[in-house]
Write a protein that binds this ligand. Structure first.
Ligand SMILES: NC(=O)c1ccc[n+]([C@@H]2O[C@H](COP(=O)([O-])OP(=O)(O)OC[C@H]3O[C@@H](n4cnc5c(N)ncnc54)[C@H](O)[C@@H]3O)[C@@H](O)[C@H]2O)c1
Length: 310
């Protein structure tokens, strides 16, 4: 298949692109490389990869790159509430408007796979398993832009939408701002974490399972299309305290305590059912424990900076 991926050099894209190439797909990878990341270097030799440095808001460029694609996977984004709040206009134009504009010119037969966040489930749903029928009521601008885009894509049709749990695990374009990645980093470097909202629960998924779910959607598209699926690890509806207990098993010197020091802007405290995707035949495989091991290896590489003598 010919696959056009935007934001291809990001945290998820940098795991997805090599997997797509291994499957023999032809990939056009667009990114503006805003983090100066070199995460796709290992794939550059592949004759089926074309890397383009450019902006998703450049409609002429996107039109040209998307033209012959069988599948479009729009990942380019100002990902997360903090970066979105730093520059709301840029975030709105990239996260929402660039995709809305693209929907106007792509052909009806071109297929889309889109990742929304499930963080909007967090509002007012404590203690209830959220299915895809539960309302998404995002609070942050990031959550709103993602959810508005999901609605536009579903309205257009010929699409599979995933609502992703909080992603964890190592990627060549690493993100330390994701909860599991952040906690393991703090446990590894500082040996302690002060928790707020310690009993708030969330669902999690390894970045490699996310990439595998995208590939599963490509291979089973006709069965899955025009649907939304929660994408998370069923065993991992965990509170922050439970997550810290799992980290402590692998880093025994890790200490955590609680204080009323903060608040999550998206009020995420919810448990999620991934049964619909399970029934469609896909099950996430990588446990939190395996992810913690993966992250400890990663931080042995990333940890020391030039400003430490030892
Ligand atoms: N990681 C998660 O926990 C998670 C959860 C839910 C949904 N998602 C969605 O998955 C997608 C990818 O997330 P990620 O974690 O890989 O984020 P990321 O920030 O690592 O990747 C985004 C990529 O987009 C690129 N980009 C930004 N602005 C651009 C522009 N104007 N033109 C071209 N490229 C641009 C960046 O360089 C980066 O490579 C996003 O749409 C995000 O909303 C991620």
């Amino acid at each position: 298949m010919k696959i056009f991926v935007t934001g291809a050099a990001g945290y998820i894209g940098s795991i997805l692109i090599p997997k797509l190439l291994q499957k023999g797909h032809e990939v056009t990878a667009l990114d503006n490389f805003m983090f100066r990341q070199n995460s796709l270097l290992d794939c550059c030799f592949d004759k089926n990869l074309k890397v383009i440095r450019g902006d998703v808001r450049n409609l002429e460029l996107v039109k040209e790159l998307a033209e012959n694609a069988d599948y479009i996977i729009p990942l380019a984004c100002y990902t997360g509430a903090p970066i979105t709040n730093l520059d709301p206009m840029a975030a709105t134009s990239i996260t929402r408007d660039a995709i809305a504009d693209m929907l106007k010119f792509i052909k009806p037969e071109q297929r889309i796979i889109y990742p929304n966040t499930n963080s909007g489930y967090g509002v007012g749903e404590q203690g209830i398993f959220c299915t895809e029928k539960a309302p998404l009521r995002p609070i942050s601008l990031y959550g709103k832009l993602k959810t508005e885009t999901e609605a536009k894509i579903l309205d257009r049709g010929n699409a599979v939408v995933f609502r992703l749990a909080t992603v964890f695990g190592s990627s060549p374009k690493m993100r330390l701002d994701l909860l599991v990645n952040d906690f393991v980093y703090r446990a590894f470097t500082d040996r302690f974490v002060v928790l707020f909202e310690a009993d708030f629960k969330r669902n999690y998924i390894h970045v490699r399972d996310v990439a595998d779910a995208f590939i599963y959607a490509i291979e089973n598209f006709d069965r899955m299309k025009d649907n939304v699926y929660n994408l998370g690890l069923d065993e991992a509806n965990l509170s922050k305290r439970e997550l810290c207990e799992l980290i402590q098993k692998q880093i025994p010197s890790f200490y955590f305590t609680e204080a009323g020091i903060g608040e999550d802007v998206d009020k995420r405290d919810y448990i999620v059912s991934n049964e619909k995707l399970l029934k469609a035949g896909f099950k996430a495989q990588i446990s939190i424990e395996e992810g913690i091991r993966d992250l400890i290896n990663t931080y042995n590489i990333l940890h020391k900076s030039e400003y430490y003598n030892a």
